[in-house]
Design a protein around this ligand. Structure first.
Ligand code: GLU
Ligand code: MG
Length: 435
């Protein structure tokens, strides 16, 4: 009935973490794929509350084109008559624009390739399923963590969600109702880094759109309901070279190779600044707290779910060894988050950094002398502090480049200020409406 596509959305993610775009009508699609759709540069200075931060080069004057990557074309099962592609933002002459987030990830992937590696990544996104009633988000259930009752209560929605994801080529690994009221988790199978970030955008879009068609609301906000468990999007990652997992080494401690330890050490060294990108909203820091299983301390351990980085024990073959980053949620820009994660790990490889000793207990129970001995640091407790740490991180700042880093800090600092003068209820509402 809806075989005909009338509109194709060209989607990108801005510095506020918001998925935005423009749609091309089918008659003009071929032309627009070539030229991109004209767009103001200012949108990369727009915050998650649609306030324009003052950024030189992102004002009312100046043009970019939203140029789709045709390999990402998908019909949207939840929007009959529509399709979508993930897009870059390019200069009018077609060259890469240094404010484009997706191009940043491509740049990181290219640097990693120059060292002989490819990153495979997957996200484990959690979200709150509820009803959007007046000013409130009411979770669909009060079911218990992984409970069979939770499966029953969300069943019609989750079957439609999984079908819609499969139709877009996303391979669902698992599904389960999680700890918080109405909380759902849908991990997608790992893919190369760019595809993994694109998939994460498609997942966010699909979870919300299918919810709307069920009269429901899906929120990926990190802490939409302050008294409930937060929504993370743990990142699983491994480096591959010559068709095998370069993180796997049967002789390595916990099965992790020397290169894996260097990468891990780079991530830990840059984590205080990195979280400004992986936990990108004011609301993220209500989730990123001790004993929330969100990895609030910069340390690592084998299957330690309170450490910021968990060395995941292999399932099946040794080749499945991977690192899991916990301090990450779905409100950041996934292209910036994954790109910066790569740069941090790459720095560890290039400088042969060591991550020190593993932490084998919940780091929150260690006393300060013990934390000092193990170099365990509490990650920033607010977006404001994380942005300061990012600004002080010369490697991440120079990887981002002057325009992107200036714009990101300006946008996010404007959000810090916006929410500073408002109350908790307002903060949560703006976040669950937006994410
Ligand atoms: N909801 C927890 C978080 O915010 C994660 C729980 C888990 O899956 O381990 O990261
Ligand atoms: Mg989970």
């Amino acid at each position: 009935m809806f075989n005909k596509i009338s509109l194709t959305r060209f989607l990108y993610v801005d510095h506020g973490g918001v998925v935005r775009g423009k749609a091309a009508a089918t008659d003009r699609l071929a032309e627009r794929v070539e030229s991109g759709i004209g767009h103001t540069r200012a949108m990369m200075a727009m915050s998650m509350v649609d306030e324009l931060a003052p950024v030189e080069g992102m004002g009312p004057v100046g043009e970019v084109r939203i140029k789709p990557d045709t390999s990402t074309f998908v019909r949207l099962p939840y929007a009959p008559g529509a399709a979508a592609m993930l897009a870059d933002q390019v200069n009018p002459d077609g060259s890469a624009w240094d404010g484009c987030a997706r191009s940043f990830l491509k740049q990181a992937i290219a640097e990693l390739a120059a060292e002989g590696y490819e990153l495979q990544a997957s996200f484990e996104p959690e979200f709150t399923l509820g009803r959007h009633e007046g000013a409130s988000l009411l979770p669909i259930d009060e079911s218990l963590c992984y409970s069979a009752t939770g499966f029953h209560l969300a069943h019609d929605y989750t079957i439609d969600l999984v079908d819609a994801l499969h139709q877009q080529g996303l391979e669902v690994e698992h599904y389960y109702p999680e700890l918080g009221h109405g909380q759902q988790e849908v991990p997608i199978r790992h893919a190369s880094a760019l595809r993994a970030a694109d998939n994460h955008v498609l997942l966010r879009e699909t979870a919300r759109a299918v919810a709307i068609r069920h009269g429901l609301w899906a929120s990926f906000a990190a802490k939409p309901l302050p008294e409930q468990a937060g929504n993370g999007a743990h990142l699983h990652a491994s480096l591959w070279a010559g068709g095998s997992n370069a993180f796997a080494d049967a002789a390595g401690r916990y099965g992790l190779s020397a290169v894996g330890y260097h990468f891990l050490a780079g991530v830990l060294a840059h984590l205080p600044g990195l979280v400004a990108l992986t936990c990108g909203t004011v609301n993220s820091y209500r989730r990123l707290a001790p004993q929330m299983w969100s990895g609030a301390f910069a340390c690592y351990g084998p299957d330690n779910r309170e450490a910021a980085v968990r060395i995941c024990s292999p399932i099946g073959s040794l080749g499945s060894v991977n690192l899991e980053l916990k301090p990450i949620d779905s409100t950041g820009n996934p292209y910036l988050a994954l790109g910066a994660f790569i740069y941090a790990g790459l720095d560890g490889i290039r400088r042969s950094l060591s991550p020190g000793e593993p932490v084998l207990v919940d780091p929150a129970v260690l006393d300060q002398p013990e934390r000092d001995r193990l170099s365990v640091v509490r990650l920033p407790a607010s977006l404001r502090a994380a942005l300061d740490a990012l600004e002080a991180d010369s490697l991440l700042m120079s990887a981002l480049g002057p325009l992107r880093s200036t714009a990101y800090l300006a946008v996010k600092r404007s959000e810090v200020e916006h929410f500073r003068v408002n109350d908790l209820e307002y903060e949560c509402r703006r976040h669950w409406l937006t994410f």
